[in-house]
Design a protein around this ligand. Sequence first.
Ligand code: ADP
Length: 507
Amino acid sequence: MATARAKLNGKSEIYKNYIGGRWVKPASGVLMENRNPANIRDLVGLFPASTAEDVDAAVNAAIEAFPKWKAMPAPKRAEILYRLGQILIERKEQFATDMTREMGKVLKESRGDVQEAIDMTFYTAGEGRRLHGYTTPSELPEKMAMCMRQPVGICSLITPWNFPMAIPSWKMMPALVCGNTLIIKPAEDTPLSTINLVKAAEEAGVPAGVINIVMGKGEDAGAPLTRNPGIRLVSFTGSTDTGRIVAEKAARTGKICSLEMGGKNVIMVMDDADLELAAEGAIWGAFGTSGQRCTASSRIVVHKKAYKKFVEKLTGRVKSLRIGNGLDRKVEVGPVINEDAVRKILYYIGVGKDEDGATLHFGGNRLDRGDYKYGYFIEPTIFTDVEPQMRIAQEEIFGPVVSIIPCRNLEEAIEIGNGVIYGLSSSIYTQDLNRAFRAMEAMNIGIFYVNSSTIGAEVHLPFGGTKATGNGHREGAMATSLEIFSEWKAIYVDYSGKLQKAQIDNQ
Ligand code: ADP
């Protein structure tokens, strides 16, 4: 995305940051262009290039709004979320269209993204009347012991471009219901979808200063959100490299830090699998969102007895995939996000071609003629006979490129599946219950599917992964996201009327 001085273009809108309940220009006065990745002649809008000055103002607004928001009973906070969910339902089509225009994924998937935000909003709103703590016996007589949740304080949410409304909602809704105030910084490529979410929250009645949005580049607007001492928690989703920088910075001022990062997910196809179903799941997993999901199926490990047939079925289907502008209802695979992504994906395709033994079986090219001329389109690409240690089978490509790896049996499939630095999602296709359960137990990952692709998480189950994918937290499911956005307070009430000493009196 190019950076431009505030240049007024007749049709494109100029957007602002939202700080303390007001839509305001960035302190720098600089705006950034956001263009449609399917057609870069289409300027989506001009968005603030914010800096630490804007972040400081947003943090101050969040600090000011915190005591009142925290004091509002959680069921009341939840009522606002119910209204927000309703607004999202009403605007779903518009928000999905905006999302496809700024991010590229096909309209059906953008609708799914908005729907996930709706699901998360209603699901979290229900928590307003729970937010359970617990009581427990004291070791001393006439003394009561219990614990309750309290908000952590000011939260910064740093989000990626591939799920520009769903991921912000995973963070924003639990943060709000717990009584925190927040600053969100969306990815440079997809600010509009997050603005749509924030505007809907404003309309639903979230008070001024509770939600603030600051847009801009990672180093300029994201980094201050990891440093500002007013911030207590950083919740980040993005690449592993950036996540680690965020964690290091956050640690310097003792912030709570939750990270959701990369994946190199595997589908294991056994010789007894329904190969039609497996091929369908592989297409959806590898080429849905043009392979730009952290849960994308970028490796498919196939039993050698099913290998030839599976590759045939997969290739047959890939050949007929329609690539194009996601706003066209017939299109099944949209563009990738930007020129940098094109370069990175083509680089990895080159690496794959150079690997000794791997075969570029299908695709491998940028599409840049005719309708594709002004977009970032890459053919769905299949490498066959890939070996587990090859770079294309180890590193996250984040594009429509899949590596097919042959295996001899389930044990080998599991070993290959686990043999990467990431641990997000995996799946197995088999009709054998024992194999399914063995794989379920053996995979060192956060999400597992049987007879389904590696994508398709639902909001009420924990989302996240092991190893380089995360740092031990999970989003989604209430129990796990509340663990991020609230802190425990233990309370002892002694009604004996005398000094009682824990550990000492019972000796
Ligand atoms: P991507 O999702 O494109 O792989 P990143 O992981 O770099 O890229 O981006 C995820 C989010 O992190 C984006 O909102 C980006 O602006 C932000 N970001 C990038 N660098 C930093 C940084 N140094 N500090 C804080 N946030 C950053």
